[in-house]
Design a protein. Structure first.
Length: 277
């Protein structure tokens, strides 16, 4: 797998240093959820956005349904003397969103998402929206591909970009077929290339794994990897492979059983992309 075994929102491999969350820059703090696995890397990153002395914060991805994790997030916010203005979801996968209802009940703050089924409150998210809390401004960028409802968030004043599972802190992401589509994912990576250049983004804050510096190079590597993988799939099809399972056996090598289903989703997305072309 070219050193890149795909997993859930992610894939394993790449940087091996542990990630435990914490502050990145002046106004972003990660509370790491206690749900590490081959599918979630170190766990889900719950991001608390706001100045240390701000009266309001925005929370991104409350994570899995785990009251101890929500307690930790609230403890951090309470220590700042702040309240939750709004909670945003990068997408609806349960490792990011399962706690949304419970979090909404505990904070009273709306949960905003692109997909209406994951919203708590009357508001949603859409491309180009701006959300403000104190001196913080967050812009919504629609980035379908990993899932249809995936979005990223731009913090232009901080030169930061929250990427959910579209770009991860370690490895590359799965295209979660059939909801996820490879053409949409490639288009979203090109969109992020433009956003990073326009906003002069300096740091990526992913949904799993550590913050990443040099964002333009990271996204360029993601694009290179996708095109390399497509070439490998083309070769496998030319050699007689017709199913996602056969593609995984030929292209992805000896991957752990825990990540094989996710690899098959990406393989099916690649087959669909090639068939459509």
């Amino acid at each position: 797998m070219s050193g890149r075994p795909i997993v859930s929102g992610a894939h394993i491999g790449g940087m091996d240093e542990p990630w435990s969350g914490g502050r990145i820059g002046e106004r972003a703090f990660c509370v790491l959820a206690p749900n590490p696995s081959p599918m979630t890397l170190d766990g889900t990153n719950t991001w608390v956005l706001g100045s240390p002395d701000a009266g309001e914060v925005i929370v991104v991805d409350p994570g899995p349904e785990d009251d101890a994790h929500l307690d930790a997030v609230l403890a951090h916010i309470n220590a700042q003397g702040a309240r939750v203005h709004a909670t945003l979801l990068t997408h609806g996968h349960s490792d990011h969103s399962a706690a949304a209802r419970r979090w909404h009940e505990r904070t009273g703050a709306p949960v905003l998402a692109l997909d209406p089924q994951h919203r708590y409150g009357s508001e949603g998210l859409s491309e180009g929206d701006y959300l403000r809390a104190g001196d913080l401004a967050v812009e919504v960028v629609a980035t379908p591909g990993h899932t249809q409802d995936s979005v990223c968030f731009v913090l232009a004043d901080d030169r930061q970009l929250l990427t959910g599972d579209t770009v991860l802190g370690r490895g590359t992401t799965v295209v979660a077929w059939p909801d996820g589509q490879l053409q949409a994912y490639l288009d979203s990576l090109h969109r992020l290339t433009d956003v990073i250049a326009d906003q002069e983004s300096a740091v990526l804050l992913p949904g799993h794994g550590p913050a990443l510096h040099n964002p333009g190079a990271v996204v360029a590597d993601y694009l290179d990897h996708r095109h390399e993988r497509l070439n490998q799939v083309r070769a496998a099809v030319a050699a007689g492979a017709t199913t996602a399972a056969e593609i995984v056996s030929i292209v992805y090598g000896d991957i752990p059983a825990a990540v094989r289903p996710a690899a098959q989703l990406s393989a099916q997305a690649q087959l669909d992309y090639l068939n459509a072309g």
